[in-house]
Design a protein around this ligand. Structure first.
Ligand code: ADP
Ligand code: MG
Length: 292
């Protein structure tokens, strides 16, 4: 494309809240065969709210929540914010956490009142040798409702499940349908569990889901599609999406997402409205048509 047509299109995009960083991104977007969307914060609002506190083993509900919130207070994950906010609303005092550790894409751990608390997915608890069988029914029930179940262990024993629900963005379903109409395959990728991911995907019309992906494996999923000869786009918001955004032929970050994601991408969707992806594809098509 000519420098002038690039400048004009980039300006039009900016007027729609789409910041295009390179001429190359604009020139590549019309060729995209597939676009991978991160789930949390991209397809969904990323503002989860606590919905369920389900203790087992005789643990009191408020005690479970207070211990979990005390640990999550040290985490920067959106899931953590939902739990801490709810604990505050219930007037629960939060004890101090020591030896806090965060395992990206899996959860958190820390000691509270001398008790070792683990909060996270199945992988996190199993790696610590916790028998998660008492939590399985609650886990699966929440996941089938599209909620994210977080398993809790106290001193190595299953203690309960916390459910958090995030809602899909208003713009998601229409944008995904528009991409399908343009012949672009849409895939959702998430570190969240399979059942939750499938429930969210169904709400927005996404037919292909890659779930339970560790942060360090998100870029591999992009590479695998590229190895099939596809031109691949990626849309994400988190630190864990940054390598995949950089690997994609066109990476788009959500403007409200983390700085690392924005720096690793070619396009920034300022408001996070997914229709921006469709607009970018259309502008790219128009730009490239003009110069031929
Ligand atoms: P996504 O790919 O959807 O943005 P992440 O990779 O950030 O999700 O997290 C994957 C999973 O790890 C979450 O669904 C949750 O089960 C678990 N997890 C991550 N951070 C936390 C946390 N602070 N507390 C509890 N669980 C967590
Ligand atoms: Mg995310």
């Amino acid at each position: 494309a000519t420098p002038l047509s690039i400048t004009v299109s980039t300006g039009k995009a900016a007027a729609h809240g789409i910041l295009i960083r390179s001429a190359e991104a604009l020139e590549t977007a019309h060729k995209l065969d597939a676009i991978i969307f991160d789930k949390t914060g991209t397809v969904t609002r990323g503002i989860p709210a606590l919905t369920d506190v389900l203790p087992v083993d005789g643990v009191a509900e408020d005690r479970l929540l207070a211990l979990v919130a005390a640990v999550e207070k040290a985490s920067e994950h959106p899931l953590a914010a939902a739990i801490v906010t709810d604990a505050g609303d219930r007037g629960l005092g939060l004890a101090e956490v020591v030896d806090f550790a965060s395992v990206t894409g899996q959860g958190v751990r820390g000691s509270v009142d001398g008790q070792l608390v683990l909060v996270g997915n199945r992988r996190l608890l199993e790696a610590a040798g916790v028998d998660t069988r008492p939590l399985e029914l609650a886990h699966d029930t929440l996941a089938d409702q599209g909620k994210t179940p977080m398993l809790v262990a106290i001193d190595g024993r299953a203690a309960g499940v916390i459910g958090v629900a995030d809602t899909v963005k208003e713009s998601s379903a229409a944008a995904i349908a528009a991409l399908h109409v343009r012949g672009i395959e849409v895939i959702m990728m998430t570190g969240d569990n399979r059942a939750t991911a499938a429930a969210i995907a169904a709400q927005v019309g996404i037919r292909r889901v890659v779930a339970e992906v560790l942060p360090e494996h998100k870029a591999d999923a992009v590479r695998r599609l590229q190895a099939e000869g596809k031109i691949v786009g990626m849309v994400g918001d988190g630190i864990n999406d940054a390598p995949a955004l950089a690997q994609a032929d066109v990476g788009s970050a959500i403007g409200t997402g983390t700085d690392v994601a924005i720096e690793s991408s070619d396009i920034t969707l300022i408001s996070g409205d997914l229709s921006g992806v469709v607009t970018a594809v259309d502008l790219s098509r128009a730009t490239m048509r003009n110069i031929r």
